[in-house]
Design a protein around this ligand. Sequence first.
Ligand SMILES: Cc1cc2nc3c(=O)[nH]c(=O)nc-3n(C[C@H](O)[C@H](O)[C@H](O)COP(=O)(O)O)c2cc1C
Length: 84
Amino acid sequence: MAKYKFLQPYTFKNGVQIKNRIVIPPMTEASALQDGTVSMDELRYFDLHTGGAGMFIVPVANVSENGKGFEGELLLLTINFCQA
Ligand SMILES: Cc1cc2nc3c(=O)[nH]c(=O)nc-3n(C[C@H](O)[C@H](O)[C@H](O)COP(=O)(O)O)c2cc1C
C-alpha cells in the first residue's frame, strides 16, 4: 500500500512549516475594493476555504499602481494594502 504524505507537515527551506501538504491553488475571486485593498468579502472567502489546508495561495494580484488588470484585482504594493 502506498505511503501517502499529504497529511504530514512540510518545512520549506526558509524554515516556514505548514501543518500538511494540502494546498489551495490561486483562484481569482475579483473581490478586492476599488483601490485594490482586501475586502471583508475576500477575507470571508479566504476563511471559508482555508479550513484544513496547510497552505492557501492568494489569487492574481498586481504589484504596481498602473498594473491593474480588472476590477476587484488585489493590489500588493506594500504590506499596508494587505491589512483590512
Ligand atoms: C476559476 C479559476 C481561477 C483561477 N485563478 C488563478 C489565479 O488567480 N492565479 C493563478 O496563478 N492561477 C489561477 N488559476 C489556476 C489554478 O490555480 C490552477 O493552477 C489550475 O486550476 C490548474 O490546477 P491543477 O494543476 O491542479 O489542475 C485559476 C483556476 C481557476 C479554475
